[in-house]
Each structure stands twice: as structure tokens, then as C-alpha cells.
Design a protein around this ligand. Structure first.
Ligand SMILES: [Zn+2]
Ligand SMILES: [Zn+2]
Length: 342
């Protein structure tokens, strides 16, 4: 497999049904290419070459006829197609796609494809754990929680109330400034807007929470609770890393603390990795579950969200680290946020 050249032999993923896997890969890539917004996008899978292909087609009009004829003998009304993934500079100029946007598309596309392939791995891991749980389930029952894995689509609806999303507008009161980086002063990017009330989370935590990151210098970070009277405000960050995307579905899974049993079959699976709502933190350091104390009362907080470096925020915490947002039910106005890397 080579995502750089979109070479993905479906046979490598023997546990996945090939037609379904092919469809999921094509859909993920099409979503990313369409977000680039240039021409008609066609994504398909070439069975002979075992390769995904992304083409952008543009109609030849009076306005682009001369430029189009530099590529081929063309007439008005015909259409001209280019390999968008290949990113030939002359083709990008014709399509009106600048290099940065194209690089972001490639990065996003690769991540989306990895996400599809990882989802299959997770399903296989869960299946592998099944027999172990049938035998030892009682032993870890006290260490079981429900978590919900977000499924996202690129883009946001006009009405953001009751939505959970990554990237884009933050909810601020008219008199609140957009959060700035404590280190460099630049506007930080919104990585997560979570409406806990509208989510499946039933752990006594209500309200809306947001996580920000300075994607310029990489230092500034912030988690905050949205205050009463706030409304969505567009991000002032001109070239965001995190493309706005909304959660369209939540997949419910059983989640176990990675420290619940020392059996290697179990610890190989441990707490669910990736972005998730609720559940247990998939720790990268530490050897046991520790309370995350509330900054106000030192009482235990509830894990609300896990953000992963291979997740939807398009941000990496250190060396493939993970970040956690947790909230004290008595002090929801002061959420706790921290991250670890291996
Ligand atoms: Zn900064
Ligand atoms: Zn507290």
C-alpha cells in the first residue's frame, strides 16, 4: 500500500469485504476532493492497477478556451480532465487551485483513507477481544464504560445549535474576544465544539465545551465552557489547518480501561484509540487509572472527549499524542484539558 500514489490493494485487508471497503475509500476521498471545490470531481478505483484515482473535469468555455487549448485540441462545450491527486503545477493553475490548498487536500485525503483503513482494524480488534471477554468479562465488568465514536462529514450546516463539530466558528458573547495564543498572540484555531446536551453523554455534565490550539507556533492551547448568551462567530484564522466538519453519527462501543487486566490479549486492545466521546482515556503514559482532579475543587472529573493525533482535528499532539477534555460536574465552567505523547 502506498497512499502517496493511491496504491491500495484491497486484498491486503483480507478481513474487510472488498466491495464495501472500496466504496468507503472512494467516498472518503471524494469528500475531500469536493471540499477543494474545483470542477466536477470523479473518484474511482482501478481494479487492474489496484489504485484509487481522482480526476477534476472542467467545462471549456469562452473564458478558458485559450488556456484549455494549450493542453489539447478542444472546442467549446467539451470538458477537460486532470489527475487532481497528481497535482501537475500547470493543471493546478488551470483549475485555479493554489499549491497550499492542494497540499492540504493531499494531507486530508491521506488521513481520510487511513481513517477508513483504521476503522477496519478497530473492528477486527474488537472481534479478537470477543472470545476473551466471553471468558473474562466478569473480571473487567467494573472497568467497562460506553463510548461513542464520531463519524464526520466535511462542512457545517447553517444552524450550528445542537451540533458537535471540528474546526470553524467558536461560540462567543459579543463582548468576548476570540481566544489568542498566550505564547505568540495569534488567534487560535477551534479544534472541537461539543454540545454535551445534544450528545449521548449522560454523565451529569451539561453545556457546551470548546478546545482551541495555536496552529501557528504550536504552543497555545485552551479548553473553555461556552457561556450563556454566546453565539457562533466565524474564525479569524485565514488558513486553518483543521477543515470544518460536523459529526453526523455516533457509533456506540464498549470501552474498557487499558489497565483493567494484565492479560496481553486484553492489553493489546486496551481503551479505544482515536477521537471519542466518553469512555476511558487511552493513556500513553502511566500504569494505572488515575483521577484527573478538578482545578477548582480537586474532586474527580469525568472524561468527556478524547482527541487523537490521527483524528478529525488534523492536529498532532507531540509525537502522535492524545488529548483529553474532562469536566467536573460541580464546576463545568472550568474544564480540564491535557495531553500526552509516547
Ligand atoms: Zn502561538
Ligand atoms: Zn470541581
Amino acid at each position: 500500500m502506498n497512499l502517496d500514489s493511491l496504491h491500495v490493494p484491497l486484498a491486503l485487508f483480507a478481513d474487510d469485504e472488498p466491495a464495501g471497503l472500496r466504496e468507503r475509500l472512494v467516498a472518503a476521498l471524494r469528500g475531500c476532493a469536493e471540499a477543494l471545490g474545483r470542477g466536477t470531481i470523479e473518484v474511482d478505483y482501478d481494479e487492474a492497477e489496484e489504485r484509487l484515482r481522482v480526476f477534476a473535469y472542467v467545462d471549456v468555455t469562452e473564458a478558458n478556451l485559450a488556456a484549455a487549448q494549450a493542453f489539447a485540441e478542444l472546442e467549446l462545450g467539451e470538458s477537460l480532465g486532470f489527475d487532481l491527486w497528481g497535482g501537475d503545477p500547470a493543471h493546478l493553475v488551470f483549475l485555479g487551485v493554489d499549491e497550499r490548498a492542494w497540499e492540504a487536500f493531499r494531507e486530508r485525503g491521506e488521513r481520510a483513507l487511513r481513517g477508513v483503513l483504521t476503522a477496519g482494524r478497530r473492528a477486527r480488534e474488537a472481534a479478537a477481544l470477543g472470545p476473551w471477554l466471553a471468558e473474562h468479562g466478569e473480571q473487567v465488568a467494573a472497568w467497562r464504560r460506553t463510548a461513542w465514536l464520531p463519524e464526520v462529514e466535511i462542512g457545517l450546516p447553517d444552524d450550528l445549535s445542537r451540533e458537535t463539530y471540528h474546526g470553524g466558528p467558536a461560540w462567543l458573547r459579543a463582548d468576548e474576544a476570540w481566544p489568542a495564543c498566550a505564547a505568540c498572540g495569534a488567534a487560535m484555531e477551534l479544534l472541537l465544539h461539543l454540545d454535551a446536551v445534544a450528545s449521548q453523554l449522560a454523565c451529569g455534565v451539561a453545556g457546551m465545551f470548546e478546545v482551541f490550539q495555536c496552529t501557528g507556533c504550536g504552543v497555545g492551547e485552551l479548553a473553555r465552557a461556552v457561556v450563556d448568551g454566546a453565539a457562533p462567530r466565524d474564525s479569524p484564522v485565514s488558513e486553518p489547518r483543521c477543515v470544518a466538519k460536523r459529526v453526523v453519527r455516533w457509533q456506540q462501543v464498549d470501552d474498557h480501561s487499558g489497565f483493567a487486566a494484565p492479560d496481553p490479549v486484553f492489553t493489546a486492545v486496551m481503551a479505544v484509540r482515536g477521537d471519542k466521546l466518553g469512555g476511558w482515556p487511552a493513556r500513553l503514559q502511566g500504569t494505572r487509572e488515575e483521577p484527573f482532579p478538578c482545578p477548582a475543587c480537586r474532586g474527580d472529573t469525568r472524561l468527556v472527549y478524547q482527541l487523537d493525533s490521527d483524528g478529525h482535528t488534523e492536529w498532532r499532539w507531540g509525537d502522535l499524542g492524545r488529548a483529553w477534555l474532562s469536566v467536573c460536574p460541580r464546576h463545568p465552567e472550568r474544564p480540564l484539558y491535557f495531553w500526552e505523547c509516547s
